[in-house]
Design a protein around this ligand. Structure first.
Ligand SMILES: *[C@@H]1O[C@H](CO)[C@@H](O)[C@H](O)[C@H]1NC(C)=O
Ligand SMILES: *[C@@H]1O[C@H](CO)[C@@H](O)[C@H](O)[C@H]1NC(C)=O
Ligand SMILES: *[C@@H]1O[C@H](CO)[C@@H](O)[C@H](O)[C@H]1NC(C)=O
Ligand SMILES: *[C@@H]1O[C@H](CO)[C@@H](O)[C@H](O)[C@H]1NC(C)=O
Ligand SMILES: *[C@@H]1O[C@H](CO)[C@@H](O)[C@H](O)[C@H]1NC(C)=O
Ligand SMILES: *[C@@H]1O[C@H](CO)[C@@H](O)[C@H](O)[C@H]1NC(C)=O
Ligand SMILES: *[C@@H]1O[C@H](CO)[C@@H](O)[C@H](O)[C@H]1NC(C)=O
Ligand SMILES: *[C@@H]1O[C@H](CO)[C@@H](O)[C@H](O)[C@H]1NC(C)=O
Ligand SMILES: *[C@@H]1O[C@H](CO)[C@@H](O)[C@H](O)[C@H]1NC(C)=O
Ligand SMILES: *[C@@H]1O[C@H](CO)[C@@H](O)[C@H](O)[C@H]1NC(C)=O
Ligand SMILES: *[C@@H]1O[C@H](CO)[C@@H](O)[C@H](O)[C@H]1NC(C)=O
Ligand SMILES: *[C@@H]1O[C@H](CO)[C@@H](O)[C@H](O)[C@H]1NC(C)=O
Length: 498
């Protein structure tokens, strides 16, 4: 290829082709090579490439003050086939011609990239995005470890396998963001990651990583750390939130789905220096004092997303969750062993949009003022939850409610007709396995946008109305006391069980 570049270069000089505005010749030729590789893969090419001599004016290219290419934005460029793949097969060696390159974005091309060593020439690279491609073959971090200017590396969902070498990160002293989620990397988490003084964002989720999280009481963690995502690995050992006590910028933590990871939340009277926005601790070996206290969560006044589901937590609803009600929008406490009254939940108006308290052993009933408690609710799952008494008509006043599952409870009485007709956003309504009764869909003619209604195993009586307008696709009515010509409906609904 070197020979070819020089031949083209000589041709350019011989024929006095314009080097309009002085775009670098080698860089222009390399861009045209990239263009050809796209054509070979039957992909679209950026329309302006090759149109003028000045490659600095081409789309997706930016140059520095000296007319050297500094940014290449080639995300979503390759044409993707029906299987979600492109045939773009590019050797990364081509980028070694760009000596001043600082930003290289090749994300979402679903392409096959090779020759990672080729990147070693791009010594000024600060931002590299190779996410959503295929990077099989030898370890790219051996090459990236030799690029100390790197600040942001995104190689999310790119079929990488093998282990991450600790040595690869020792050199990357400027690294701020590392996105490596959803690959097939295995081995353990490199301790050197937690020695990077500028680290802000670390995503190593959905790996096959094993072993412990290499943070200890004396770790000198980056004071800029904001996000730590280590979910869905096979991590074990202990993770103690106290170790993070000095991380003033910390906002998002996700350690979910690490069943053997013991998580400690005691703070020994200290107040952490962080205010979290998002805390996901589903399916871990979570310290039960997270519910019974004392723990640091009571100090978190801006929490928006809290997921403590699938943890075997016992005890009653903790008051700190609702004391800071103004900020919480997403609350998942499902599949624990929580007991007692739900009254704490209804005390104050909140901005909760998603509530999942299913599979617990609470006792209680829905409050008559539920629409003023949760005016912005869109998803409510309180199935398998021991909720008794009536369905409140004010549920119909929660204007954004889209999904409601109150199945497998002890509800009695009738279904307020407004639920079928007045909830303009409601798509899925699940009320099976209760003691609800009355005439089925009594007085209802025009359904709102509801597409699935589950009313099985209740005590509904009578016949369905002769005519129902709407968008219904699924209606499950089996195990009720219905009469009349139900077969008429089986042709109307896509899926219908009586
Ligand atoms: C642009 O590239 C030139 C040529 O290598 C280099 O000398 C210069 O420092 C770069 N300019 C900027 C603003 O980065
Ligand atoms: C990509 O190109 C390389 C080198 O030309 C070749 O060895 C490899 O098989 C190609 N891969 C695919 C998926 O076409
Ligand atoms: C990690 O993955 C590589 C390649 O997929 C495999 O050869 C190796 O045995 C795996 N190592 C462990 C510890 O699972
Ligand atoms: C901790 O990190 C800071 C910032 O990088 C550094 O200034 C300090 O010397 C380090 N302290 C220790 C004990 O390593
Ligand atoms: C944690 O997992 C690693 C790797 O699988 C294993 O070697 C180690 O013994 C485990 N530690 C504990 C405390 O279970
Ligand atoms: C945390 O900060 C306190 C003082 O604010 C300091 O004494 C302590 O050494 C710091 N700990 C870590 C792990 O940085
Ligand atoms: C419920 O949580 C337990 C752990 O406490 C877990 O084993 C189980 O798979 C979870 N069930 C569901 C449906 O997620
Ligand atoms: C609520 O949590 C349970 C248990 O984890 C889960 O099976 C269910 O899908 C969740 N509901 C919603 C609406 O996400
Ligand atoms: C809802 O009603 C209960 C019981 O009457 C009351 O304690 C609570 O403050 C009310 N909540 C709101 C948000 O109005
Ligand atoms: C509900 O959402 C609206 C707009 O999205 C917002 O203005 C309002 O404050 C929210 N209600 C509560 C109780 O937070
Ligand atoms: C629903 O809201 C309207 C006005 O916003 C109010 O008049 C009505 O009483 C409410 N209905 C229920 C059942 O809460
Ligand atoms: C549905 O809403 C309309 C308009 O707000 C109201 O007049 C009607 O009574 C409601 N119907 C039911 C069944 O709640």
């Amino acid at each position: 290829m070197v020979t070819m570049l020089w031949v083209l270069c000589i041709l350019q000089c011989m024929f006095h082709m314009p080097v309009a505005g002085g775009c670098n010749v080698e860089e222009r030729i390399a861009l045209m090579r990239i263009r050809s590789s796209l054509l070979e893969a039957n992909s679209e090419v950026p329309a302006s490439w090759g149109q003028s001599g000045d490659c600095c004016s081409w789309e997706r290219v930016r140059c520095n003050n000296s007319k050297r290419v500094s940014d290449l934005n080639l995300y979503c460029q390759a044409t993707v086939d029906a299987e979600g793949c492109s045939n773009w097969n590019l050797s990364l060696t081509i980028f070694s011609w760009f000596h001043e390159l600082q930003l290289l974005d090749l994300s979402s091309n679903f392409a096959c990239f090779q020759d990672f060593d080729g990147l070693q020439g791009v010594t000024k690279l600060r931002y590299l995005d190779l996410s959503d491609n295929s990077l099989t073959g030898n370890n790219i971090f051996e090459s990236l470890g030799k690029l100390p200017s790197l600040e942001v590396i995104n190689i999310h969902s790119s079929s990488m396998s093998g282990a991450l070498q600790d040595s690869a990160f020792r050199n990357l002293k400027k690294l701020r963001k590392l996105h490596l989620g959803s690959n097939q990397l295995n081995g353990s988490i490199p301790p050197s990651l937690f020695e990077l003084a500028r680290l802000e964002y670390l995503d190593l989720s959905e790996f096959k990583k094993k072993g412990h999280i290499p943070i200890t009481l004396s770790s000198n963690l980056s004071s800029s750390l904001q996000t730590l995502k280590l979910s869905a690995n096979n991590l074990n050992g202990t993770f103690d939130f106290f170790w993070l006590r000095n991380c003033t910028m910390l906002k998002n933590i996700d350690l979910s789905r690490n069943a053997d990871l013991a998580i400690d939340v005691k703070f020994w009277g200290y107040v952490p220096k962080f205010q979290l926005r998002k805390l996901m601790l589903s399916g871990c070996n979570l310290d039960t004092s997270i519910i019974a206290g004392p723990n640091f969560l009571g100090t978190q006044l801006h929490l928006q997303i809290l997921d403590l589901s699938n943890n075997n937590l016992a005890g009653s609803l903790p008051d700190w969750i609702f004391r800071n009600e103004a900020s919480l929008v997403y609350l998942d406490l499902a599949n624990n062993s929580l007991v007692g009254s739900l009254n704490l939940m209804w005390q104050r108006q909140s901005n909760l949009q998603m509530v999942n308290i299913s599979k617990n052993r609470f006792v209680g009933q829905l409050p008559t003022n539920i629409s003023s408690v949760f005016p912005n609710l869109t998803v409510l799952d309180a199935s398998y939850c021991c909720i008794s008494r009536d369905l409140q008509p004010s549920l119909c006043n929660i204007s954004r409610l889209a999904y409601m599952d109150l199945s497998n409870n002890k509800l009695t009485g009738e279904v307020p007709p407004g639920l079928f007709t007045n909830c303009s956003e409601l798509k899925i309504l699940k009320l099976s396995n209760n003691n609800l009764g009355g005439t089925i869909l009594s007085g209802v003619r025009n359904l709102s946008f509801i597409s699935a209604i589950y009313l099985a195993s209740n005590n509904f009586e009578g016949a369905l109305p002769n005519y129902l307008s709407g968008h219904l696709e699924i209606m499950d009515l089996h195990d009720n006391k219905l009469s009349g010509e139900l077969d008429v409906y089986s042709g109307i609904f896509l899926h219908c069980k009586f």
